[in-house]
Design a protein around this ligand. Structure first.
Ligand SMILES: Cc1cc2nc3c(=O)[nH]c(=O)nc-3n(C[C@H](O)[C@H](O)[C@H](O)COP(=O)(O)OP(=O)(O)OC[C@H]3O[C@@H](n4cnc5c(N)ncnc54)[C@H](O)[C@@H]3O)c2cc1C
Length: 439
């Protein structure tokens, strides 16, 4: 029976990047277990496709995400050029809809500097200048992040997969890890379908929206729970595409829940979309339908630990936003109204078809707070990444280096022989140095 040196559960953009870096640093038998027929079928495809510059991320509270996004921008730029993949530097306006949000914009200019962006990449734009640049956008001021870029993350993931395969990684697609048991020397991963368990000396959990379930199956991360929110988008017709030529995001009303605020996005193909809302759903692949049938949703809510979610529900801001979100899912007009706050010329007839829905899985801690950073949880012969949310696709190559580096420092990769391979495109040493984060 096969035994892998490392099995990575999850062939999204994170698991695929981790596999690539492991194989580029070590000799060993590496497998990625992916339950779908191909990589990047979930969040890594169903996202907004923006390479986010880290101007809006708190340099301390979201330090790792901010650093990974900052470093990875340059990696993806070089990668897209080398592989001939879409790279459309559309730029993002973050707009203040109320006077009292202007302070947040000034704060963002400071965050941009602290997170390593060049002064030339970010600017504050006052309302009159904004009217000149984007005459259809109404706001009290904006920050322009000039280098935010539209890409196709599924294409990126597929290209990194090919690079990982060239280094010997095996992608076992159609393999669903349904349970994991720690053994004396590693893990036995049940894969269903009457097949033999997959055995590995070490497991890295990169299972996206199912990451908590995998960690709980191994008896770790019991203090955390998660919620799934489906974000839905509408595609804008060609005639209305001219209403704004850059991405437009509004300053979050609730800093803990930035994904609840609407935006206008320019895709790498030039298509415009608006969204998202955030409909609570029962699972990481509930792409259709509303909360009905209620049963799985109720079961999801009461999944232990329940206390975290009960505390979150006591937050009245969260509750009122959640209800509004649900309503904008039921009603196309409600979604429109939210975007009209900054783009009043947009009309219902411009929203021609549903865009791609994606599911976010924020993790809730024991204080009932939605966690802002990726969470790392060691387990028996394993390590789990939870809460790997936006801008996770942006930051994935640098985050993967950071992770492999941490596993090495913990001694978790001591069963592998180090054998760094030169890469003409991405330099391990440069990335690892840039990702060194003091506690
Ligand atoms: C609506 C939306 C918009 C977003 N927009 C952006 C954006 O513009 N820019 C950005 O940087 N980020 C964005 N993000 C965030 C980004 O997409 C995610 O952070 C990133 O894709 C997460 O990658 P992942 O590999 O961890 O997860 P996923 O892509 O979800 O991959 C996890 C994989 O694990 C597999 N899996 C799960 N359980 C098992 C199991 N038991 N056995 C085998 N396989 C399993 C799944 O099938 C899946 O393929 C967005 C996210 C959403 C939902």
């Amino acid at each position: 029976m096969d035994e892998w040196d490392v099995a990575i559960v999850g062939g999204g953009i994170l698991g695929t990047n981790v596999a690539y870096w492991l194989a580029s640093r070590y000799d060993g038998r590496f497998a990625v277990l992916e339950k779908e027929p191909s990589v990047a079928e979930h969040a890594s495809r169903r996202n907004t496709g923006v390479v986010h510059r880290p101007f809006y991320l708190h340099p301390e509270n979201a330090k790792v995400f901010a650093r990974a996004a900052g470093v990875s921008y340059h990696l993806w730029k070089a990668y897209a050029a080398k592989k001939g993949l879409p790279w459309a530097p559309v730029g993002t306006y973050e707009v203040a809809l109320e006077d009292d949000q202007v302070d947040t914009l000034h704060k963002y200019v400071g965050y941009a500097a602290e997170n390593g962006m060049e002064p030339s990449e970010i600017e504050f734009v006052d309302p009159s200048e904004m009217r000149r640049r984007e005459p259809n956008v109404r706001c009290e001021g904006a920050v322009f992040s000039k280098t935010d870029t539209a890409v196709d993350y599924q294409a990126f993931t597929q290209a990194v997969k090919a690079d990982a395969e060239a280094l010997g990684v095996r992608f076992l697609t159609g393999v669903d890890a349904t349970g994991v048991t720690a053994t004396d020397s590693g893990v036995a991963i049940a894969v269903g379908g009457g097949r033999e368990p997959v055995r590995a000396r070490y497991l890295i959990g990169c299972a996206g929206g199912s990451a908590i379930d995998l960690a709980h199956a191994m008896g770790v991360a019991q203090e955390y729970t998660d919620l799934h929110f489906r974000g839905e988008y509408w595609t804008i017709d060609r005639e209305a595409a001219r209403l704004a030529t850059h991405n437009v995001y509004s300053v979050p009303r609730h800093t803990d829940l930035p994904f609840l605020d609407p935006h206008w996005v320019v895709r790498a193909t030039g298509r415009r979309e608006i969204g998202p809302n955030a409909v609570p759903v029962s699972g990481p692949a509930s792409y259709h339908g509303l909360v009905r049938p209620l049963e799985p949703w109720v079961a999801k809510f009461f999944e232990p630990p329940v206390y975290n979610k009960l505390r979150l529900m006591m937050d009245k801001d969260f509750l009122s936003l959640a209800v509004q979100e649900m309503w904008s899912s039921l009603s196309k007009a409600a979604m429109l109204q939210r975007v009209q706050r900054f783009l009043p010329a947009l009309r219902l007839q411009h929203l021609v078809s549903p865009g791609t829905a994606g599911i976010r899985t924020p993790v809730v801690n024991a204080h009932g707070r939605i966690v802002k950073e990726a969470i790392e949880v060691p387990g028996p012969h394993s390590y789990h990444i939870l809460n790997y949310n936006s801008p996770g696709a942006t930051g994935s190559p640098a985050f993967a280096v950071y992770l492999v580096d941490r596993l090495a420092a913990r001694g978790d990769l001591d069963h592998l022989r180090e054998n760094p391979r030169p890469s003409e495109l991405w330099s391990w040493d440069t990335i690892a140095t840039a990702m060194e984060l003091t506690a």
